[in-house]
Design a binder for this molecule. Structure first.
Ligand code: SF4
Length: 291
């Protein structure tokens, strides 16, 4: 604060720009096969010791350049991306800039995507969600002690953020990075899947494999652990996916008849079994946003 004015030294300072497959966010049920112009920033309000983007999340010294909000929209349009993703480090701590982009994106018909740890409350949360089309929210663990002690976060704030996003009509998907011995007990996955299911069992849930990074040197998550966690989550949820594994099946299948709705190989997708928002084989409604 200076002379009664709030100074935002990192307003619009963008550390990363990329045109990503939307599946990389990950969002599997929102404009499948499209791309998102993805912007990363500097800093984070958490301190996850396994952060894959720690060079930009845990330091404000990384290279960054000012990107005017209008230019962000122009870039999305020129790259042919129907959406703009605020991602990589934590976007919510740059709410003023993101709101400026979101307002312009909405007027231009570009979707707004938040990839976030979900630590926002009050007016900032409702303003952001009011302009948000899709969000992937990290629900990093079910144990509130792990959230507080290991990550510096607050599970209840995240749960409230997810509830508010669903209530606001945002397309929501949820991700947990599965870390063996830290958050992969059956009770952890049951807690998360039960919470999501109580909101809507059709919310897509992503279980991603951890890889050694930053301060963590635990061995990577084996496929068997991901499969075990996914099979627990599938007792509660219709659409459970695994990430960071090349060998496991990630097709979207109809929960009723098993028809393949979206075929996936890596980040390549083909919508093969959807007709008018329903399974082409049995007509069950399938919650996928198609452009
Ligand atoms: S919330 Fe995300 S960006 Fe922030 S420290 Fe954790 S993993 Fe990194």
């Amino acid at each position: 604060m200076a002379a009664g004015r709030m100074i935002l030294p990192w307003f619009g300072m963008v550390s990363s720009i990329a045109v990503d497959p939307i599946e990389k966010k990950p969002l599997f049920h929102y404009l499948p096969g499209s791309t998102a112009l993805s912007l990363g920033f500097l800093g984070c309000n958490l301190r996850c010791p396994f952060c894959q983007n720690h060079r930009i999340s845990q330091s404000t010294d990384a290279p960054a350049e000012y990107l005017p909000p209008d230019r962000a929209i122009d870039l999305a349009i020129s790259e042919g991306s129907p959406s703009l993703a605020y991602t990589y480090s934590e976007p919510l701590i740059h709410a003023e800039y993101i709101l400026a982009c979101m307002e312009r994106a909405r007027k231009a018909g570009i979707g707004n995507i938040l990839v976030t740890n979900g630590h926002a409350k009050g007016q900032a949360r409702s303003d952001l969600l009011g302009l948000c089309d899709a969000a992937n929210v990290d629900l990093k663990a079910w144990d509130p002690v792990f959230y507080r002690g290991e990550l510096g976060g607050d599970r209840e704030i995240v749960l409230d953020f997810i509830r508010a996003a669903v209530a606001a009509g945002v397309h929501v998907e949820i991700t947990t990075l599965v870390i063996p011995g830290r958050n992969d007990e059956a009770t952890d996955i049951e807690g998360i899947a039960g919470f999501i299911s109580a909101l809507d069992p059709g919310i897509p849930y992503h279980l991603s494999a951890y890889r050694p990074m930053y301060k963590y040197d635990l061995p990577p998550t084996p496929d068997e652990t991901l499969e075990r966690c996914a099979s627990i989550a599938r007792k509660w949820l219709h659409y459970v996916y695994v990430g960071n594994s090349l060998s496991l099946d990630n097709d979207t299948k109809c929960p009723d008849c098993g028809n393949v709705i979206v075929r996936r190989k890596g980040y390549r997708t083909a919508v093969t079994g959807l007709s008018g928002g329903r399974c082409a084989a049995c007509a069950r409604p399938i919650p996928i946003v198609i452009g």
